[in-house]
Design a protein around this ligand. Structure first.
Ligand code: GA4
Length: 332
C-alpha cells in the first residue's frame, strides 16, 4: 500500500502582514519591447528592483492558451493520477505537491517541473491527460522557444544598456545547446481556510531569489506574487495575463558585479481563486563560469569568488528557499 503524506495545514507557513504594503505595486516598471527608448528604463529597473513587466512582446497568445489549458486539465485530474507523474523526488523533475525542493520547504502549491534542454520524458504527463506525449512536448517547446527568444531580446537590450560591446554576452548562455534551463508550472489552489480580512496569509511559495540568469513569468488573472522592496516591505504585483514579468536571477547579479539585483519574491495564496503561473528559468550551461564581466568592474574588485554554474547550482539545491545562496560565494 502506498501511503501519501501531505503536510497538515496547521504546519503551513503563515505571513506576518505587518511588512506587507497594502498598496499595489502600481509603478512596476513597464518595458515596451516595441519602444527603442526602453533600454535605459530596463537597466534602471534591474538596478532598482531586479524586476519589471514586459508588454508588446511577440509571444503568440495561442501558445500561452494551449499550454495553460493543458495545465488546467492536468491539475484537475485526481491526485492519485497526478502522483504517477511524480512526486518530484529525488530528482526535481515531474509533478510535485506542497513540498518544494529537497530541504523541508513547503507551500500551498502543486507544480510541474521540466528540464527544457535535455530530452524530457513527457509520457508521465501524457498518460495522466490521456493524450500523445508528442502533443505535450510540442506545446511546451512552442511556448518555451518563444519565451526564450523574448528573454534573449531582453538580455541583449540589457547588454546594450550596460554599453557592453558583445551584445550576446548574456543571451548566448541561454541559446547554448547545453543551457541548463527549467520550465515550471505552479498551481495555487484557493485556500478557503483564509478569510479575506484575516491578518494572516498562507504562503503559496516562500520567499526566495532564483539562482539562474533570468526568469520569465506569466500568470492567469489571480494575484499572489509579491516583491520585496529595498525598504523591507513586501508589495503585491497586480496580475496581468497579457504581459510577462521578468526577474533578475542570482547569476545575472554576479555577472554585473552586484549592479543588478536578484529580486526576492514570494507568492501568497488567494482565498477564492486559483492562481496558475508558468515560469521559464533561463540558465547557463553547467560548465559556464559565472563571474563579473570585466567591462562592468569599473576598476573595482569582483564581489564574488569564481564559480561555475554547476558549482552554484549544486550548492543552491542544498539550501532552504529563503537562504541567501550567494553569501557563500561572496568575497569577505
Ligand atoms: C527557485 C527557482 C526555481 O523554481 C527552482 C527552485 C528549486 C526547486 O524547486 O527544486 C529550489 C529553489 C529554486 C532554490 C533553492 C532550492 C532549489 C528549491 C529549493 C529549496 C526550480 C530552482 O532552480 O531553484
Amino acid at each position: 500500500m502506498v501511503v501519501i503524506t501531505t503536510p497538515s495545514i496547521d504546519h503551513f507557513p503563515i505571513v506576518n502582514n505587518s511588512f506587507i504594503d497594502p498598496s499595489l505595486f502600481n509603478d512596476v516598471p513597464i518595458i515596451d519591447l516595441s519602444e527603442p527608448d526602453s533600454i535605459n528604463l530596463i537597466v534602471k529597473a534591474c538596478e532598482e528592483f531586479g524586476f519589471f513587466k514586459v508588454v508588446n512582446h511577440d509571444v503568440p497568445m495561442e501558445f500561452i492558451s494551449k499550454l495553460e489549458s493543458e495545465a488546467v486539465k492536468f491539475f484537475s485530474s485526481p491526485l492519485s493520477e497526478k502522483l504517477k507523474a511524480g512526486p518530484a523526488d529525488p530528482d526535481p523533475f515531474g509533478y510535485g505537491n506542497k513540498k518544494i525542493g529537497q530541504n523541508g520547504d513547503i507551500g500551498w502549491v502543486e507544480y510541474i517541473l521540466v528540464s527544457t534542454n535535455s530530452e524530457f520524458n513527457y509520457q508521465k504527463f501524457a498518460s495522466v491527460l490521456g493524450v500523445n506525449p508528442d502533443n505535450i512536448r510540442a506545446a511546451v517547446n512552442d511556448y518555451v522557444t518563444e519565451v526564450k527568444k523574448m528573454a534573449c531580446e531582453v538580455l541583449e537590450m540589457l547588454a546594450e544598456g550596460l554599453k557592453i560591446h558583445q551584445m550576446n554576452v548574456f543571451s548566448k548562455l541561454l541559446m547554448d545547446e547545453e543551457s541548463d534551463s527549467i520550465f515550471r508550472v505552479n498551481h495555487y489552489p484557493p485556500c478557503s481556510e483564509i478569510e479575506e480580512f484575516n491578518t494572516r496569509n498562507m504562503i503559496g511559495f516562500g520567499e526566495h531569489t532564483d539562482p539562474q540568469i533570468i526568469s520569465v513569468l506569466r500568470s492567469n488573472n489571480t494575484s499572489g506574487l509579491q516583491i520585496l522592496l529595498k525598504n523591507g516591505h513586501w508589495i503585491s504585483v497586480p496580475p496581468d495575463p497579457n504581459s510577462f514579468f521578468i526577474n533578475v536571477g542570482d547569476s545575472l547579479q554576479v555577472m554585473t558585479n552586484g549592479r543588478f539585483k536578484s529580486a526576492k519574491h514570494r507568492v501568497l495564496t488567494n482565498s477564492v481563486k486559483s492562481r496558475l503561473s508558468m515560469i521559464y528559468f533561463g540558465g547557463p550551461p553547467l560548465s559556464a563560469k559565472i563571474a563579473p564581466l570585466p567591462s562592468l568592474m569599473e576598476g573595482k574588485d569582483s564581489l564574488y569568488k569564481e564559480f561555475t554554474w554547476f558549482e552554484y547550482k549544486k550548492s543552491a539545491y542544498k539550501t532552504r528557499l529563503s537562504d541567501n545562496r550567494l553569501a557563500l560565494f561572496e568575497k569577505s
